[in-house]
Design a protein around this ligand. Structure first.
Ligand SMILES: [Mg+2]
Length: 376
C-alpha cells in the first residue's frame, strides 16, 4: 500500500463557545478564548483507504509514497528522539493517521491489532478554570450526577490557601463518592502566572494529601526533577506530570529518581509520542512499577486525540484513568466533538468504550463539515 495524497483540513469558521473561556493555564493575564478550531490530516492511499489524524504541524510531504504498514520506521525516523534530528517535526498526527489506515486495512480497531487488554476505560472530568468556590461545588455535583467518578480541579490562585479552600469544599460535598485530582499547571509559562517555589509546592502537597487527593499534577516545572522527587518522597498521594514531555526519553530521569508516580504523555502535545510513543512510555513506567494517566488536549480535535489515546491505553494494564476535558458550559460534547459522527461519551459508571470501528475508530461527519472547511 502507498500513500497517494495528504490533505490538511481546517475550519473555515471556528466553533463558537457559549461564553469566553479563560483556562487556568492562561490565567491570570491571558486572553479569554471565544471559539475552538479544528485541523486534521486526511491521508489517502492507493487502495482507497483514508486515514485521519489531528494536524500537528508536520508537512504532508513526509508521507509521499510511504507504506502505512511501516509506521515503526516512520516513528523511529521522525519521532524517536534518540538523536537530534529525529524528533521535533510535529509528526504525531501523521503517525496516528497511519495507524488509522492499518486498522482500516485489517478491518479491526488498532487496540485489537496491538493486543487488547480491555474494551472500556475509566475517565476523569478535567475542569479547566479557576472559579469561585461555590461555583466549583455546584459544577462538581453536576459532573458527579452525570456519572463521572473522578474530577480534576485546577490550582494556582494568587493565594494558595484559596486553592485549598476550593478542594476542601468539594471534598465536603462529594465525600468518598468521587476521586479528586488536582493540577497546579506549574509547567506552563502563561502571562502573570503564579509560580510556586519548592517550599510552597511541598506545603501544598502536604495539605492536599490531608484532603485525600488522589494525585497532584505538576506542582513544579517538569525539569525540576529533584524538587518533584522531594515532594513525591514526602507525601502519600501520587505526583503526576509530563504532558509537555517532547520524547519518550524525557521520562527517564523522572522514573529513575522518583519524581513522577504517574506519567502523563500526550499523543500529540509534546509532538513525538503518537500511539507508538505513549505505549512505549506506558511500558517503561510499568517496568518501574508506575502508572500512566495520559494527558488529552481539549479543542475542536478532541475526539481524534482521545480516540488515538484510548486505542493505545486499551493495550496496557497500568493505566487507571484517561483525561477527558469537561467543563460545562464551555468544554462539552457540543463544542469539542462537533466534527465526529459519534461522540465518545461516558456510560453511567464513568467509563468510555474504546472506539471499536476499524482504525482509531472514529468517523468525521463530512456532511456537517462540508460548508466549514478549508483544504490545503
Ligand atoms: Mg495538566
Amino acid at each position: 500500500m502507498k500513500v497517494t495524497k495528504v490533505e490538511i483540513i481546517h475550519n473555515k469558521q471556528p466553533i463558537p463557545l457559549p461564553e469566553p473561556w479563560l483556562s487556568a493555564w492562561n490565567a491570570p493575564g491571558g486572553k479569554p478564548v471565544t471559539s475552538l478550531g479544528f485541523s486534521f490530516y486526511k491521508v489517502y492511499t492507493d487502495e482507497g483507504i483514508v486515514g485521519i489524524g489531528p494536524h500537528t504541524g508536520a508537512s504532508a510531504s513526509f508521507l509521499e509514497g510511504f507504506d502505512p504498514f511501516n509506521v515503526g520506521t516512520f516513528w523511529n525516523t521522525h519521532m524517536g528522539g534518540k538523536r537530534s534530528g529525529n524528533s521535533g517535526k510535529g509528526a504525531a498526527g501523521l503517525e496516528i493517521a497511519l495507524w488509522d489506515i492499518i486498522g482500516k486495512a485489517a478491518g479491526q480497531p488498532v487496540y485489537k491489532l496491538l493486543g487488547a487488554c480491555r474494551d472500556k476505560i475509566l475517565v476523569y472530568a478535567a475542569t479547566s478554570r479557576l472559579l469561585e468556590k461555590e461555583q466549583h461545588v455546584r459544577q462538581v455535583m453536576d459532573i458527579m450526577n452525570e456519572g463521572f467518578k473522578a474530577v480534576k480541579l485546577r490550582l494556582h490562585r494568587p493565594n494558595p490557601w484559596d486553592d485549598l479552600a476550593v478542594v476542601e469544599a468539594v471534598r465536603d460535598v462529594v465525600g468518598d463518592e468521587m476521586t479528586i485530582l488536582v493540577d497546579a499547571n506549574q509547567n506552563n509559562p502563561s502571562i502573570g502566572y503564579n509560580f510556586w517555589p519548592r517550599r510552597t509546592a511541598l506545603k501544598m502537597a502536604r495539605e492536599l494529601d490531608n484532603l485525600n487527593v488522589y494525585y497532584l499534577e505538576e506542582p513544579l516545572p517538569r525539569k525540576d526533577v529533584e524538587g518533584l522527587a522531594e515532594i513525591a518522597a514526602t507525601v502519600d498521594m501520587f505526583i503526576a506530570g509530563g504532558e509537555h514531555s517532547p520524547t519518550i526519553y524525557d521520562f527517564k530521569e523522572h522514573l529513575l529518581r522518583g519524581a513522577y508516580d504517574i506519567v502523563q504523555p500526550d499523543v500529540i502535545l509534546g509532538g513525538n509520542m503518537g500511539i507508538t510513543g505513549v505505549r512505549k512510555v506506558a511500558e517503561i513506567a510499568d517496568y518501574f512499577e508506575r502508572s500512566i494517566i495520559p494527558h488529552v488536549c481539549s479543542g475542536g480535535n478532541f475526539s481524534i486525540g482521545l480516540a488515538a489515546t484510548l486505542q493505545a491505553m486499551a493495550t496496557v494494564s497500568n493505566c487507571p484513568l484517561v483525561e477527558y476535558p469537561y467543563d460545562p458550559p464551555i468544554l462539552t460534547t457540543d463544542t469539542m466533538q462537533t466534527i465526529v459522527k459519534e461522540p465518545i461519551l461516558i456510560d453511567k459508571d464513568g467509563f468510555v468504550k474504546v472506539p471499536d470501528k476499524p482504525g482509531i475508530g472514529i468517523e468525521i461527519d463530512e456532511e456537517k463539515l462540508s460548508e466549514k472547511v478549508v483544504v490545503t
